[in-house]
Design a protein around this ligand. Sequence first.
Ligand SMILES: NC(=O)c1ccc[n+]([C@@H]2O[C@H](COP(=O)([O-])OP(=O)(O)OC[C@H]3O[C@@H](n4cnc5c(N)ncnc54)[C@H](OP(=O)(O)O)[C@@H]3O)[C@@H](O)[C@H]2O)c1
Length: 368
Amino acid sequence: MRIKHTYRYSVPISVNAIESITHAALLCCRSLATDGLLSPFIRNESPVSTRKMLLDIALSALALVVACWILFEPILRAGRTFWGAARLIFDSNTVDLKARYGEWAVVTGSTDGIGKAYAKELAVRGMSLVLISRNFDRLENTRKEILATNPNVEVKVIVADFSKGKDIYEKISIQLQDLPVAILVNNVGKQYEYPMYLGEVPETELWDIINVNVGATTLMTRMLIGAMEKRGRGAIVNVSSGSELQPLPLMTVYAATKIYVKSFSEALRAEYSRSGITVQHLVPFFINTKMNAFSAKLQVSSVMVPDATTYARNAVATLGKLDSSTGYWAHGIQQFFTVIPPVWVRTKIGQLINQTFREDYFKGKTVS
Ligand SMILES: NC(=O)c1ccc[n+]([C@@H]2O[C@H](COP(=O)([O-])OP(=O)(O)OC[C@H]3O[C@@H](n4cnc5c(N)ncnc54)[C@H](OP(=O)(O)O)[C@@H]3O)[C@@H](O)[C@H]2O)c1
């Protein structure tokens, strides 16, 4: 369990660790060569014992690398998370998104919650918008709301239900074909109605979660990334969740779709960063939106559970600066403490928290 966890979260940091350790091993070899152990080799003594000695040194160096990796990786991981949180607090530079990426942004799931607030923030920064959600009236209301405060931008709407899967993308693509989309915000997401055991989740709800959380992010990206590549610029923002940080019992499928979003984002960045495309992976923790309606506690805004507007204002400010971020300083601090314990401990804690939410949900049902 522990080894798996170390591998999953450590690769970029451990490359640095390996470099340092290799450097230390080289110094060590040089000192061995001059001070004794390797001196027979230098003096051409006994090739057999020299080979054995070199093998011993190589094995010792390997053991040293593995030991350092296991010992220091959690510290380096926590350090990296701390640095991410510190950047959110102290780095107040903002990127001119329109100048850097272009004029048009598409936001999926944009009539409520984070998507709506994010779209508003982009409009404040002069971006014209395409809003995509299921309901035309809600889209129209959002469009009017945005135009009332930002009359200089254009806002278009597309009605689409991402839970329908494959069939909707051609229609969306036709409606977007003449627009030079500069920023795609893959925000739309679906969560369980309340924390459930897998066998309790209705089958249609599972398909919806997969089609919305995995399907929409993948297919919308594929639809728009080719044109961004041709223009040599663009940004894709993939909204994941703190639930990606470990398996999450009672929200098993939701959390699994979010680790997909993380993996997808990181691989996509490696494929397309040479084309001038930013791929940002956003990892919000709890935000006061209707997605968390299963818990009355999460329907009260606070520093740790901000409202969508506060979250989006902070998150948009990280675009173009941080490839992976919680998007909000207090969530950065939460992430720092979350990743310290090993994965199995976090999984257990997640299960206990979800068990509490589940009980709250049933208590709420009994009262009402
Ligand atoms: N809230 C949190 O605590 C939290 C934490 C971490 C990550 N996230 C992630 O943040 C993203 C946004 O979450 P949120 O809390 O803002 O959600 P939300 O308040 O439930 O809003 C969801 C938005 O998506 C639209 N939508 C829902 N199903 C859709 C579908 N099948 N097709 C098209 N549009 C659909 C909804 O509009 P219509 O109903 O009008 O279609 C609404 O505009 C999600 O990816 C979520 O996983 C949320």
